[in-house]
Design a protein around this ligand. Structure first.
Ligand code: GCV
Length: 696
């Protein structure tokens, strides 16, 4: 059986590496379950295997001869997880300090083979991860729902996680771990940050241990989100005050229990005093008091606390300012095994935000970035959006905290202020859907997050290139080039058709899919009206020194640059400025015209993606081709829907018409307002439940 797989894999690679110029043979249908690993995904060792077994299974798929070398004396330059590859006439030698290093080396070799990278005899390559903790955050609930999950139900079937030989009975868990290992992810937070206290009960901890045992050979550690009020919920205490002795004792006992089951447990992720979650402020204590209590309990075992900075009160005139206001006064008060986990932008995973100013404001506190892999605000699993350019934009942003070069990447890697721990997190887009992520191209975002966490210097292009070659088992430039270009432009396209020029949070309802610029909400800061502030006088949120003064949370030269309307980058214009409809843009057009035409460019771009995809049909199996084609058509319709809704609504203030170059509105405001998209935070809308649009 195994040799069959091997032979097949070899043929696939050989076929893929031949530079086809004539029409390719139509690939066989696939459901996409094997991800970027292709046939090598079949190499799952059965349960209770070691890391070396996984490595050897990988080597079985390589056509070159590989020698493994576990270094006798610790090589500091490679650390715990790095590796070195050296090619000579006999083959390649993979060297590392640890088995985990060899694991990553073996996946590197698989990647090179699938991408047809020719080894050079005499060449040596070393690779070391930039971040020590590279984590997925699952927002999965014990009842099987996934908050902002658009790929089916949770992967974790808690009711089934009881048997010892689970890996054999449910290989999906090992497949998941293997996929993560292949891209260097070394930790997973299993449950939602809106945490159900039951996750800390003995019943669930035993299940968590079962998963941890399956994941271990793949170098993947488990972490849990916790509910800060757990002592009240689970132990019947009358408080969860972090300075209360009984509460401290309860957490110490709970942590000891966890480590007795899972000796390499990673630690806790905490959402406290945010969106209704309990936290130390319920007892008049600070975030530092809460985080430190947990950090002290974890410290003897080497665990960490990731304490989220996503906090905002309903009453604030500007939600974008709040994380800095809450956390800056606490700088220096956190234990050294606490990391403040900060979303890339100051609001909430919008298609474009400036970087969160908190990254540059803490001098004596470790910080990490939280990116969203799941497409909560970018078309769920209906839209093709490659997210790496968005994350890289944040990581490459210069905060100027210690002068030029203090990028978000450099800060979180610990290069600006030396940290003990460096980390990065991505909110997972994985569910029990057969292709894991709902949209075949959403797999690229899982892949890209892992590759970026290992090496934030990799370009979006390189990652897309690797992913395409592996996932579609071809290196044919007639496929790779156009599809890669489509991927690379897709994030900017989405910004254009959803919220261009710095607009943000213009979503209908709590489902965060379609447009609803007219909507109010029970909380002002959950309503589009709060964010776009459109009126007869213009549009945009004034965050200048004359407005909410959020610009002042950025170091110079950014503060002045954002503050001045003539130097503020136009892609962030309405994030920082409220401007009249006839404001003159750099192009010489009015703001109104520029908005309309930018929306139009988004519409046109998705329309062109449909053509790109049709053009590569011979290179893609029918199954994946059709599924992507259907979704691209919906994406193109959604792009027009966004433009119609937002610009029709703005038109009620501006009184202006669409300029030349725009396709006409298809629906009026009455229809669009009546169309109600009632979806919950757990679902993506069915394609046929969305408004009717005719493609131009
Ligand atoms: C897990 C946003 C999302 C919520 C999410 C929250 C968070 O508000 O809409 O679903 O809750 O962010 O990151 O905590």
């Amino acid at each position: 059986m195994k040799s069959n797989h091997l032979f097949h894999a070899f043929l696939m690679v050989a076929a893929g590496c031949a530079l086809a110029s004539c029409a390719p043979e139509k690939p066989a249908d696939t459901d996409g379950h094997t991800l970027w690993l292709g046939e090598a995904a079949a190499a799952l060792p059965s349960c209770s295997q070691t890391t070396l077994d996984v490595v050897n299974a990988n080597l079985g798929f390589l056509s070159e001869k590989v020698s493994l070398e576990r270094l006798a004396s610790f090589d500091e330059s490679l650390g715990e997880e790095g590796y070195r590859l050296t090619w000579d006439k006999a083959g390649v030698t993979a060297s590392a300090n640890t088995e985990q290093g060899l694991l990553y080396a073996s996946f590197d070799l698989l990647r090179r083979q699938a991408c047809c990278q020719k080894p050079v005899v005499g060449e040596t390559v070393s690779s070391v991860p930039a971040f020590r903790y590279r984590l997925l955050n699952h927002w999965d609930n014990p009842n099987g729902t996934v908050e902002r999950g658009f790929a089916g139900k949770s992967l974790w079937k808690w009711e089934e996680i009881v048997v010892d030989d689970l890996a054999a009975n449910a290989p999906i868990y090992a497949e998941y771990a293997r996929a993560n290992a292949s891209i260097g992810i070394n930790g997973t937070v299993l449950n939602n940050v809106n945490a159900n206290p039951c996750m800390l009960t003995e019943e669930y901890l035993i299940k968590v241990k079962t998963l941890a045992d399956i994941f271990r050979p793949y170098g993947l550690k488990v972490y849990l989100s916790l509910n800060f009020a757990a002592p009240k919920h689970l132990a019947g205490l009358n408080t969860s005050d972090p300075l209360d002795e009984k509460v401290v004792e309860w957490w110490n006992g709970k942590v000891a229990e966890i480590y007795s089951l899972i000796p390499d447990f990673g630690g806790f992720l905490v959402k406290a005093n945010s969106e209704g979650q309990s936290g130390p402020q319920d007892y008049g204590r600070t975030h530092a008091d809460g985080a430190n209590m947990l950090a002290d309990a974890l410290k003897p075992y080497g665990g960490i606390v990731m304490w989220r900075a996503f906090v905002y009160a309903a009453t604030s005139p500007d939600r974008a300012r709040q994380a800095v206001e809450e956390f800056k006064p606490l700088d220096g008060q956190f234990r050294d095994n606490v990391i403040i986990q900060i979303k890339n932008g100051p609001i909430d995973f919008q298609p474009r935000e400036p970087f969160s100013p908190l990254f540059g404001q803490l001098e004596r506190t470790q910080v990490m970035a939280e990116m969203q892999v799941t497409q909560e605000y970018l078309g769920h699993s209906n839209h093709l959006v490659y997210l790496h350019p968005m994350w890289k934009e944040c990581l490459d942003s210069d905060t100027y905290q210690k002068g030029e070069g203090s990028t978000v990447a450099a800060i979180t890697e610990g290069k600006v202020i030396p940290y003990r721990y460096s980390a990065i997190a991505g909110v997972a887009n994985i569910g029990d859907s057969i292709n894991w992520c709902g949209h075949h191209f959403a797999q690229a975002n899982w892949y890209a997050f892992g590759r970026m966490a290992w090496n934030p210097d990799l370009s979006s292009e390189q990652i897309a290139d690797e992913w395409l070659k592996q996932t579609f088992a071809t290196t044919d430039k007639h496929f790779i080039q156009p599809v890669k270009e489509m991927m690379l432009s897709s994030r900017e396209t989405t910004v254009h058709y959803e919220m261009p020029l710095g607009l943000h949070h213009v979503f209908a309802g709590a489902g965060h899919y379609g447009p609803g610029p007219w909507e109010g909400s029970i909380r002002p800061d959950w309503s589009p009206l709060y964010y776009h502030k459109a009126g007869a006088d213009g549009v945009g949120f004034d965050r200048t020194r004359n407005g909410s003064a959020a610009v002042e949370q950025y170091h110079e030269p950014l503060c002045s640059m954002y503050n001045d309307v003539t130097t503020c980058p136009e892609e962030l214009l309405l994030w920082f400025h409220h401007l009249p409809w006839d404001y003159t843009m750099k192009s010489g057009r009015t703001l109104w015209d520029e908005l309309c035409l930018t929306y139009q460019s988004g519409i046109d771009a998705v329309r062109s993606y449909m053509e790109v995809w049709n053009g590569v049909e011979p290179y893609v199996d029918n199954h994946r081709f059709q599924q992507v084609a259907v979704k691209l058509e919906r994406q193109a319709k959604d792009a027009i829907w966004w433009r119609d809704a937002v610009m029709r609504y703005f038109q009620s203030f501006s009184g202006l018409d669409l300029p030349e170059g725009c396709t006409p509105f298809q629906h009026d405001l009455d229809y669009l307002r009546q169309f109600r998209l009632r979806i919950s935070i757990y679902e993506t809308p069915a394609l046929d439940k969305l408004p009717e649009y005719v493609l131009p």
